[in-house]
Design a protein around this ligand. Structure first.
Ligand code: GLP
Length: 237
């Protein structure tokens, strides 16, 4: 599964696509497979590919600096930017320490637009149905913004903060459902039995604000990559 997603990302990079990137445990094997794939390339080919790299991450915690290991910027540095020696600036991420997070969200949205939008958006799925940090309830027309994280999300992400949900930042900046749905292609990656029911609701129940990922049903170029555990509740006719 990770190898398949890595192949998709590699193909997109070969086409100099603008990537939308995600964080979370689901992406760790994906990025490991991508690193493995890319570092196996002949050096000149790799240099050419990395020279075209343009990506925008979905989200960042408010209050965490780029060099904070618990920030999503830190995650991306460990997973991709560091190992691949990506030049600074080609891997974009909202600034969690911007003095005005709302203004930072507007700046970030404008930067995505200025790049021509996202060609391939990689997405994980939150246990409460969020994508990026678009917490329920959420319409399909939300733009990049600063918002409060739900107790469910702070619980889900507590493992990265010593297991304490109270240590998870209270707010985040996230690309909105509008920017995500505007991506030319979307790749939703879901693993594990804990996501089986929310994945079924996202894909096989009518779209609704209570499950933000369900708006993806409206996307004309959605690919869903799942493992057997996550797919367990899906019904195939
Ligand atoms: C996080 C991120 C999402 C991610 C999701 C799933 O909170 N904001 O972008 O896709 O939750 O995370 P995980 O893969 O760790 O289950």
């Amino acid at each position: 599964m990770a190898a398949h997603v890595a192949k998709r990302l590699h193909q997109a990079l070969e086409q100099a696509a603008v990537l939308g990137l995600a964080t979370g445990r689901t992406m760790e094997p994906v990025y490991a497979a991508l690193r493995q794939r890319l570092t196996a390339l002949p050096p000149r080919q790799l240099a050419l590919l990395l020279g075209h790299w343009r990506s925008f991450n979905l989200d960042e915690y408010v209050g965490l600096a780029k060099d904070d290991p618990q920030s999503f910027a830190g995650f991306m540095q460990r997973q991709l930017a560091g190992p691949l020696q990506l030049p600074g600036g080609c891997l974009q991420i909202p600034d969690g320490c911007a003095p005005d997070p709302e203004a930072e969200a507007r700046r970030y949205s404008a930067a995505v637009m200025a790049a021509g939008g996202i060609d391939l958006q990689l997405l994980g799925l939150g246990s409460n149905g969020h994508v990026g940090f678009n917490e329920p309830p959420c319409s399909a027309a939300e733009l990049c913004r600063c918002l409060a994280l739900s107790p469910a999300t702070r619980e889900q992400n507590a493992a990265s903060f010593g297991g304490d949900p109270a240590a998870v930042p209270e707010r985040a900046i996230t690309l909105g459902t509008a920017e995500i749905l505007a991506a030319r292609r979307v790749l939703l990656v879901v693993t594990g039995a804990a996501k089986a029911q929310i994945l079924r609701r996202a894909l096989q129940e009518p779209p609704c604000p209570e499950v933000p990922a369900s708006w993806l049903q409206h996307h004309p170029q959605l690919e869903v990559v799942v493992d057997q555990d996550a797919a367990a509740a899906l019904e195939f006719s």
